[in-house]
Design a protein around this ligand. Sequence first.
Ligand code: FMN
Length: 332
Amino acid sequence: MLDADQWQQVVGQAVRAPSIHNTQPWLFAATGDRLDVRLDPGRALPAIDPTRRQQVVSCGVAVHFAVVALAALGHAGEAELVPDPADPDHLATIRVTGAREPSAAERELAGAIARRHTDRLPFLDRPVPTGLVDELQAEIGRDGVWLKPVSREDEEAATVFLLGQVEQLEQRDPAYLAELHAWTRTDPTASDGVPVAALPEGDRSRRPSNWLVRDFVADPGAARPPAPAAADDEPPPSVEHPAVLLLGTMSDDRAGWLQAGQALGRLLLRVTVAGLAASPLTQALDQPWARNRLSHRLALVGHPQMLLRLGYPAGEAVASGRRPVAEVLRVD
Ligand SMILES: Cc1cc2nc3c(=O)[nH]c(=O)nc-3n(C[C@H](O)[C@H](O)[C@H](O)COP(=O)(O)O)c2cc1C
């Protein structure tokens, strides 16, 4: 049985999970040896995520981080995914099943929770080892979850095109822009939302990459300083070579979304240990028509849940805030 302090430690790690717009859409309740995870009804994003798919994926990552944190504290934990039609916001129950000495690898993965940040800056001009991608595919690809590198030229072209197309449409949608604005933070001490310091500066058209991260600045003219003009003789910047990975599931319901989140959590910790960083490119998956189109273009079997770019970071990524544990955890 864990005491209140230990549950606070575990949930303190779980809430380091990434979440769409850093909404942290989770609530936890601990009783004895069990931790229940619920979707917070107050933090929905109706414009970008009307079905709450991306928020449930986010909660799936938090579930995985909680199990990793338990393991590092010497407790074996098992997550049961329980979206119940009668209470669909009750997403998962984690049960402590016994005590056991954490392995060095488990300690390392738990240590990566605090070091992992979404890194939207261009990565170094250094390819991700294909061996690592193969290992990730083998580790992630089970129980109805798959990981597909978007590496063929035609697939890359189709995906990049779709990203641009969705983003253009979204940037014309006042509800989408209002939501982006409401969840972007200029105060670096904010406990939620995406800090502007974590967003790339400058002219998007000059980013040395095919892969454009989501444009968080809803009013570019007002918020961005004008980019300095490039000198004619300035050498072109070195182009990043991210690995782009598409994670998907065979089912497309809350259980499937949670599984996608757990797999995403596993992947993110694994790549952090390997010295890499990641950032989601989920514009391509915000809209049902875009998800369908991507499935069709890439001849996918199952449902795409998360598109990620992965690479070697050029520097330290900025950490974003988190709500205090006391705000999201009840211990009975
Ligand atoms: C389901 C999901 C979708 C996300 N989509 C995007 C995205 O499209 N673009 C982006 O830059 N970040 C995206 N993020 C990253 C979040 O903005 C980020 O996790 C959050 O701001 C917290 O920051 P951190 O990951 O550095 O802790 C996504 C995260 C999740 C879990």
